[in-house]
Design a protein around this ligand. Structure first.
Ligand SMILES: *[C@@H]1O[C@H](CO)[C@@H](O)[C@H](O)[C@H]1NC(C)=O
Ligand SMILES: *[C@@H]1O[C@H](CO)[C@@H](O)[C@H](O)[C@H]1NC(C)=O
Ligand SMILES: *[C@@H]1O[C@H](CO)[C@@H](O)[C@H](O)[C@H]1NC(C)=O
Ligand SMILES: *[C@@H]1O[C@H](CO)[C@@H](O)[C@H](O)[C@H]1NC(C)=O
Length: 368
């Protein structure tokens, strides 16, 4: 008995030396899910999916990678614009049509799903995607995806990147979105998303970039946004937002870019915005009125300060000469009046930064 066992053992050892059992072989159910996922996609020019054959889906299937320990499929990373030699050889950017098969939800350890910049992918985001508990990255930018963001997206507690920009997504921002406690990067720009920004948006405590521009969002900017401590980039431009600018936005620790241009925002410019750490501030094309706050100082450092196409009145405040830097200034198309202050922030500016006001004068416009 013992010798038989020994014989069997050595046979196994010998076999494993001559025919190495692939230690990273993929799980058959993962392989089946990937093949079903592939079956609803069409990528004619590069032939990327030709590599999706053979039994080991963890080995040289283009864009697929597995967890080295569990051997489960962890990432699907397919980008239509890539430096990959396959793209350089074909001298083309990718084009893919088809839709996301719900079979992708049969990959229980999936942590990243990237189908970016293929231009032609369409259909909905499968709602079952919210049942993938390990999902960290969902990147579908630059396609024709339609339908809504799944209502229970908030279940994805590990999600840190949600990018569906430049698609045809409609419907509202789900209330559950604010439950994405790991979300760092939200990009829904360039869709047809309507309704209000959820009032609990400020619950997204890990968020550092919130890019919501070029949609049909309406209602007021929720004051809770200013509680997002890590937020450095807030882009709400080119929507239909109304109401005032929350004062809290000027008191945020690391907010550096604030784009609210192209909305229906009214009320005054909060003084806090001018003496904040914000360096790109675009409030152009709104209904903002009142005076430009006279609180510029050494903390004011603007690479962009665009206040054009509003209903601002009064003078350009003298204190603006005390700003550390004003790169691009535009106050055109308002109702400003009086002398343009002199000083270094203005020496490089052209008349177009000041035109179409009621009675501004002095360099670079005509003398007062
Ligand atoms: C790649 O394509 C572009 C136009 O699509 C062409 O101008 C360029 O010469 C091509 N490069 C090579 C190496 O074929
Ligand atoms: C957010 O999460 C909490 C706690 O898990 C839950 O009670 C609540 O229903 C969730 N909200 C939404 C809108 O899904
Ligand atoms: C500010 O926003 C307006 C309106 O969307 C846009 O036309 C302008 O180019 C932006 N300004 C800068 C400096 O980017
Ligand atoms: C512009 O502001 C003035 C007050 O400064 C106000 O009387 C007027 O109604 C405003 N115009 C618009 C179009 O909001």
């Amino acid at each position: 008995m013992a010798s038989t066992a020994l014989y069997t053992l050595s046979a196994i050892l010998l076999l494993s030396l001559t025919l190495p059992i692939p230690s990273n072989a993929c799980v058959p159910s993962d392989r089946a899910a990937l093949l079903a996922f592939k079956s609803t996609l069409h990528e004619p020019s590069l032939g990327l999916f030709d590599t999706w054959s053979g039994s080991n889906c963890c080995h040289r299937w283009y864009g697929v990678s597995c967890d080295p320990e569990t051997h489960r499929v962890a990432d699907i990373n397919l980008r239509g614009e890539s430096e990959d030699p396959i793209f350089q050889k074909a001298n083309t950017t990718g084009y893919m049509t088809g839709s996301i098969s719900p079979a992708v939800c049969q990959l229980p350890r999936l942590s990243a799903l990237t189908l970016a910049d293929w231009k032609g992918l369409s259909g909905p985001i499968p709602p079952c995607i919210t049942s993938l508990p390990f999902l960290r990255i969902l990147d579908l930018v630059g396609n024709q995806f339609s339908g809504q963001i799944p209502a229970d997206i908030g279940r994805l507690t590990r999600l840190s990147v949600l990018n569906v920009a430049d698609n045809q997504i409609s419907g509202q921002i789900p209330t559950s979105l604010a439950n994405l406690s790991s979300l760092m990067h939200l990009d829904i720009r360039g869709n047809q998303i309507s309704g209000e920004i959820p009032t609990n948006f400020g619950n997204l405590r890990m968020l550092s970039r919130a890019l919501l521009s070029r949609n049909k969002l309406s209602g007021a900017i929720p004051a809770s946004v200013s509680y997002i401590y890590r937020l450095s980039d807030l882009d709400l431009s080119l929507n239909q937002l109304s109401g005032p600018i929350p004062t809290g936005l000027g008191k945020m620790a690391v907010l550096a870019t604030l784009n609210l241009d192209g909305n229906r925002i009214s009320g005054p410019i909060p003084t806090t915005l001018i003496s904040s750490g914000i360096s790109i501030l675009n409030l152009s094309r709104n209904e903002i009125q009142g005076y430009i706050p006279d609180v510029f100082g050494p903390r004011s450092y603007f690479t962009v300060l665009d206040l054009s196409y509003n209903n601002l009145s009064g003078r350009i405040p003298k204190s603006i000469s005390a700003a550390t830097f004003v790169g691009h200034l535009d106050v055109s198309h308002n109702h400003l009046c009086g002398p343009i202050p002199a000083g270094s922030p203005f020496d490089h500016l052209e008349a177009s930064s000041f035109t179409y006001n009621d009675c501004l004068c002095g360099k670079p416009l005509q003398a007062c």
